[in-house]
Write a protein of this length. Structure first.
Length: 164
């Protein structure tokens, strides 16, 4: 199960990277068109915004599965190991609760967007698939938080050493 989750999360991370590259290219192209040609593309800001949200929400499941979020451990590092395990469980519970709550709101928002066929103002891009990425990310974050191993399995070179 972990291997399947790891592969899917890595696929989403690669897709996120593609969105990041495309975002960068569109920003550069927009600047060239605006300042060198004098005719900016009108749709670039909408597309860059959608690409950025896709970049973030596609990368979050990978970061969650591999525990690479920024953690503030100023107090918890001083706790005894037993208490540290409980605070870790509490933190994971809060992450799962938030992801499911946020995902349910994102689902409602995406559903309404689909029902009214919401589109961007200038380019006319359909919005619900982009909003569905938020729902997907929320479900995966909750699932990966619930089922991820506490420590990296032996031989898993993708994960940083504990405490990094």
């Amino acid at each position: 199960m972990y291997t399947l989750a790891k592969g899917f999360a890595a696929f989403l991370l690669r897709l996120s990277t593609c969105f990041g590259i495309a975002l960068t290219l569109f920003v550069a192209l927009s600047a060239v068109m605006r300042y060198m040609v004098g005719a900016p593309f009108p749709f670039t800001e909408e597309l860059v915004g959608l690409f950025f949200s896709a970049l973030v929400f596609l990368a979050l499941p990978y970061v969650t599965l591999h525990r690479q979020h920024i953690e503030v451990t100023l107090l918890t590092d001083r706790y005894p190991p037993a208490l540290r395990r409980w605070t870790d469980r509490l933190a994971n519970g809060l992450i799962i609760l938030f992801a499911l709550w946020f995902g349910s709101y994102a689902y409602d928002f995406a559903l309404v967007s689909y029902q009214v066929q919401a589109r961007t103002d200038i380019a006319g891009l359909v919005l619900w698939p982009w909003m569905a990425l938020i729902v997907l990310a929320s479900v995966l974050i909750a699932g990966f938080t619930l089922f991820r191993p506490r420590r990296a399995p032996a031989g898993d070179s993708d994960l940083p050493p504990s405490g990094v």
